[in-house]
Design a binder for this molecule. Structure first.
Ligand code: TXA
Ligand code: MG
Length: 354
């Protein structure tokens, strides 16, 4: 695949100025790529109605052509431009959770480019809440196709600097709106199945969704106790959200987990490996004398903060060239389901039971 090249320009959008948006919208309309903050993570955007522009997204990210891209809209009126036969349940969810971290998989409008939906009959649609994303879509006047703005398999980008790390020279403009508030991607729900199925846990949690549609199901792989021992459908547990270092995910009784992580850190140090530990304020003390680089993601009980910090912390440890990253699983409740999913995929599906 030929990789799309560009002269990347970073435009700060901390202040409500119109000029960067006009420039970025013109780039979108001309078939270029613009990275922009959403409330979840940064997106790598292109005109969703332009097949060539969409092809550039895949090329810039080195993303396999089999992985479909989410379309972002700014107003509910744009939904009918991209999807058809929209069920009432989808409108009910949209009314409650849009603009926000929820993506709905719907029947696709026939005029959308084939490469966007990778040949599927469906399209994933989201209305982001971030004012920069909204302003960009409105100014561009077209729906914007945007996957997360990282190279394929890398952790998603939660600040402009991460986008630059992965995509410098492959994106025309980066709108720098600072850190993304949620830090983890949207919840993806397949509305073409009955009952609707959560394909990816994310920023909107299961309990909140069930208040609107009680029968919503989580995909079975998110419920399995032992994902390592159950057969997976192809492509579902592919290496994803990964730091360059090998990530080791520990789970089980908490004191056993801390003990096992400490022992592993000391063993690796004895082999002269560089070790990074992703931990929390309450547990960081267990590791201070191991010689590991330690990053705390805040309080163990503050899942919002852990989600916000997670991808940036993985990237920060990579920058320190660690060989191994050790991390203890979080609670799997609420936002914990999404955090756990990202950790599990970063660990390539392997859990160390302590
Ligand atoms: O929060 C987010 O969702 C971010 C921001 C930028 O909006 N976007 C994002 O996009 O995470 P991406 O491409 O990294 O992940 C989209 C996920 C992928 O797992 C993809 O397979 C799934 O959504 N997806 C997209 N279209 C689909 C479709 N038609 N059917 C099923 N899954 C789909
Ligand atoms: Mg992604």
């Amino acid at each position: 695949m030929e990789i799309y090249t560009a002269q990347t320009v970073v435009l700060p959008v901390y202040e409500p100025t119109i000029e960067p948006f006009q420039r970025a919208a013109a780039v979108i309309r001309a078939g270029g790529l613009v990275a922009f903050p959403t409330e979840t993570v940064y997106g790598l955007g292109a005109n969703a109605l332009d097949a060539q522009a969409v092809a550039r997204i895949f090329s810039a990210k080195q993303r396999p052509l089999s992985d479909p891209v989410i379309v972002h809209i700014a107003e509910i009126g744009q939904l009918a431009q991209v999807a058809i036969n929209i069920p009432p349940a989808a409108y009910a969810l949209a009314e409650r959770f849009w603009a926000g971290a929820l993506t709905l998989v719907l029947e696709r409008a026939p005029h959308l480019p084939d490469n966007l939906a990778t040949g599927l009959k469906t399209v994933a649609v989201r209305m982001p809440a971030h004012p920069v994303a909204q302003q960009l879509i409105l100014q561009a006047g077209v729906p914007i196709a945007a996957p997360s703005a990282n190279t394929f398999t890398r952790p998603s980008a939660t600040r402009a600097e991460h986008v630059l790390e992965d995509l410098n020279g492959h994106v025309d403009i980066i709108l720098d709106g600072g850190d993304t508030p949620i830090g983890i991607e949207s919840t993806v729900i397949d509305m073409t199945q009955h009952p609707p199925v959560i394909l990816r846990p994310g920023g909107i949690v299961l309990d909140a969704l069930r208040e609107i549609i009680t029968e919503i199901q989580l995909m079975p792989r998110y419920i399995e106790e032992n994902p390592e021992n159950t057969p997976q459908s192809p492509g579902m547990l592919l290496k994803h959200y990964s730091p360059r270092a090998e990530l080791l995910l520990f789970d089980g009784d908490r004191s056993n987990v801390l003990h096992a992580m400490r022992a592993a850190a000391l063993d690796y140090r004895a082999e002269n490996k560089r070790v990074g530990i992703l931990t929390t304020n309450e547990e960081a003390d267990h590791f201070t004398d191991t010689g590991a680089r330690i990053i705390s993601m805040g309080s163990r009980s503050d899942l919002d903060k852990i989600a916000q910090m997670l991808f940036g912390a993985m990237r920060a440890l990579d920058k320190q060239n660690v060989d191994k990253i050790l991390v203890a699983g979080t609670s799997k409740e609420g936002l914990g389901a999404a955090i756990w999913d990202r950790l599990l995929r970063a660990a390539e599906g392997k859990v160390r039971q302590a």
